[in-house]
Ligand binder design. Sequence first.
Ligand code: C2E
Ligand code: MG
Ligand code: MG
Ligand code: MG
Length: 288
Amino acid sequence: RAKTEGRDTYRYFEASMGAEARDKRIMEHELRQAVVRKEFYLVYQPQKEISSGKMVGFEALIRWRHPERGDVSPATFIPVAEESGAIGQIGDWVLDAACEEAARWENPLTVAVNVSAVQLHNPNFSRKVHETLLRTGLAPTRLELEITETALVKDMPRALATLRQVKSLGVRVAMDDFGTGYSSLSNLRAFPFDKIKIDSSFIKAVDTNGQVAAIVRAVLGLGRGLGLPVLAEGVETLGELKFLDAEACEIGQGYYLGKPAPIEAFDDLTGHGKRTPARAGHREGSLV
Ligand code: C2E
Ligand code: MG
Ligand code: MG
Ligand code: MG
């Protein structure tokens, strides 16, 4: 009896793995069509100077509105797109759309764009960035590329060459999700980053958890020593923001400071709102 049960369990397991692989193949196929069908769009999340509450820029985050499944999280589809190679086309679209949008803003806010490993290891990447800047007219200094450590490890010399090329254009690069990779410190030394983004897992309860507070203080010290501004990701409460302000963390991003939203929600910050007098009364409040 035990034998039969075991076999059934195995069969069940096998069947479910088959279904998973099939779902992935379907998604790969749909992702390739999604660019053409214009199912992707960008939302923008504010990045603010903590001491003043002043807006400094936006991070562009991709969204996929699937015709049947509705909004699919990038955490679900980006890994599939990376594996299947569709990320090349998707990444081009993101860079293009974000630069085009930012070039229209009246305020010279920065736009941060996430770049995946596959894009970074494409020898044409820096040329693409250059062409996009020329075509959209966006000043290179207003573009920031967010790169995670895992994106660097595949071919470090290649990644380093690409980072140097984009930096020579005047584009800035930020290390995303700092602290979650394999060798954050050596990567920080080996690559010419302009900013450190502390991962949200270290910001959660930073004001009440002594252990994470110690880690965040150390990263802030690291940033000061290296002359790099530090951005705290995932700021969700006033308590966390106050802690970061007291510790002189330069920049914050998170639901407490502003949720990601379609750019129209920020008309007052981008200057688009000047055309709609109804929004003229809005003011930017102090944070702390
Ligand atoms: P990320 O680059 O670290 O982006 C930050 C993520 O944290 C975003 O999730 C954002 O919505 C979320 N977030 C922001 N504030 C808070 C907060 O206060 N609390 C919590 N719990 N979460 C917050 P999202 O948009 O789902 O994106 C997830 C990841 O998918 C991104 O992490 C990035 O790695 C990837 N991704 C998003 N857009 C793109 C893209 O255009 N290209 C590539 N290659 N990857 C992208
Ligand atoms: Mg990011
Ligand atoms: Mg991040
Ligand atoms: Mg992330």
